[in-house]
Write a protein that binds this ligand. Structure first.
Ligand code: URP
Ligand code: ZN
Ligand code: ZN
Length: 485
């Protein structure tokens, strides 16, 4: 067959799975986009591709979207160990083709300065496409127009606010409400770190006074009620603001109940959980030789009984998204900052590379969710919530050719010895999982082929995201106008 001049790649004979589809077909990529899907495109339609990928016996799915990562993030007196180059390469190895990371506004400086700083960190470095949420720490009324500018001119259409970390990232309720009102008016999403940090800090101070200093006290000073209270407050503030809200890294059954309640009332409340809350638990903090520090992350790992409740939440759509909150710190050089004081251990753990295999194994293989739901929670739902759909998150003509050819039978053992994340441990060390990304395609380019990285820094592009449109009830401020004299 003659070679074409159109840069055609044919993924042949795979089982195409989206959030709603399941069929065997060929997928033709032209340049960066999906061009055509059909049966036997070479034989029956005479398509002569430049590259043919044999996908028989494999799943052909939208590339993963990890809506919560922290590359190159200054935090807890140090900086997360993966930068945008190493972290996105590791993500690609695991079958993720888009991340949404977080720019952080320093108190006293502008949102635009924060965005410029994060663009400089990421530009020209990433293996896959990326977007930014904006962490807003300082939002007086006069800054709200800047928030609107980010949404409409910069493609930054989601904002994270913190109820935790007083004095560093915490935003008070007035700030949160202002942000939500503005986000609601503009079609943006507010993401909430929902934990009552003021109460938690009181418990931490008490623990330290008592001389309780080992890693397990990180978890013991952060009760699930502090998370549930934060989740409830975030949802009720969003309800008053007439805005949707997205709870990040939800970790406990207590918190999930608050989301479920709100959704049953018809409130636009959404939430993600992360693999660490499905596979790891409090007992990891009791490891000897300070090893518990590896699992110091916020919210903390919970009692094991929470895990099955979270899986149920995923199955029943009370939780919509699986992200990683990838925020790695090396055990030897960084976690040891808190060797004498758990409150000084940098908060966060690695995971961007392992998400797809872990969720496939624990979800699909172990019979908790089906394949369509797997795609929905690892890719499609995040694309819809964060203004990337249908460009990302599905396999359809016209969509970006972000595709993972996934081997559902391949078994491997997760280990820091073989992972690609720039961190000296893996939270799932020694765990055997079934299901692995075999070929990973990012905007038409094969970036990983059977474990071999074929991409280069700068293959990934910044994603200007569109707004997220959700029906919400009238805000408390709009309501005033109905009563005007
Ligand atoms: O421990 C965590 N989660 N570190 C990252 C920052 C955050 O709150 O997401
Ligand atoms: Zn957070
Ligand atoms: Zn985070």
């Amino acid at each position: 067959m003659a070679k074409s001049s159109k840069n055609l790649t044919l993924i042949a004979g795979g089982r195409v799975i989206t959030a709603v589809d399941d069929y065997v077909a060929d997928v033709l990529i032209e340049g960066e986009k999906i061009a055509l899907i059909g049966e036997d495109l070479a034989g029956k339609h005479g398509i002569a591709a430049d590259t043919v990928i044999d996908a028989r016996g494999k799943l052909v799915m939208p590339g993963g979207i990890d809506a919560h990562t922290h590359m190159d993030m200054p935090f807890g007196g140090t900086t997360s160990a993966d930068d945008f180059e190493t972290g996105t390469r590791a993500a690609a190895h695991g079958g993720t083709t888009t991340i949404i990371d977080f720019a952080i506004q320093k108190k006293g400086s502008t949102l635009t300065e924060a965005l410029d700083t994060w663009h400089a960190k990421a530009h020209g470095k990433t293996a896959i496409d990326y977007g930014f949420h904006m962490i807003a720490t300082d939002l007086p009324r006069e800054n709200l127009k800047e928030m609107r500018r980010l949404i409409h001119d910069e493609g930054v259409t989601s904002f994270k606010l913190f109820m935790a970390y007083p004095g560093v990232l915490l935003a008070d309720d007035a700030t949160i409400f202002r942000a939500m009102l503005t986000a609601g008016e503009e079609g943006a999403m507010t993401c909430m770190h929902a934990e009552n940090g003021i109460v938690i800090d009181e418990i931490v101070a008490y623990a330290l006074e008592q001389g309780f200093r080992s890693p397990k006290f990180h978890a013991l000073t952060r009760p699930t009620q502090a998370e549930a209270e934060g989740v409830n407050r975030a949802i009720r503030l969003a309800e008053m603001a007439g805005a949707p809200v997205y709870i990040v890294h939800l970790s406990s059954h207590d918190a999930l109940k608050r989301v479920k309640e709100a959704r049953d009332e018809g409130i636009a409340a959404f939430a993600e959980t992360c693999p660490q809350y499905l596979f790891l638990d409090y007992s990891h903090y009791e490891k000897e030789n300070f090893e518990g520090a590896k699992y110091v992350m916020t919210p903390a790992l919970r009692d094991k009984s929470n895990q099955e409740e979270l899986w149920t939440g995923l199955r029943m759509n009370d939780l919509q998204v699986i992200s990683t909150d990838h925020c790695p710190f090396c055990f030897k050089d960084q976690k040891t900052l808190g060797v004498d004081d758990f409150s000084k251990i940098p908060n966060g753990g690695p995971g961007v590379e392992n998400r797809m295999s872990l969720i496939f194994n624990g979800g699909v293989k172990e019979g908790r969710i089906g394949l369509n739901r797997f795609v929905e929670i690892t890719s499609t739902a995040a694309a819809k919530l964060f203004g990337l759909f249908p460009r990302k998150g599905t396999i359809a003509p016209g969509s970006d050719a972000d595709i993972v050819v996934f081997d559902p039978d391949k078994k491997f053992v997760i280990s820091a010895k073989t992972h690609h994340m720039r961190v000296d441990y893996n939270c799932y060390e020694g765990l055997e999982v079934q299901g692995a990304a075999e070929v990973v395609i990012s905007r038409g380019k094969v970036v990983v082929d059977k474990g071999q990285y074929l991409g280069k820094p700068g293959d990934g592009q910044f994603l200007r995201r569109s707004t997220t449109q959700h029906h919400v009830k009238e805000s408390a401020t709009k309501r005033l106008h109905r009563y005007k004299d």
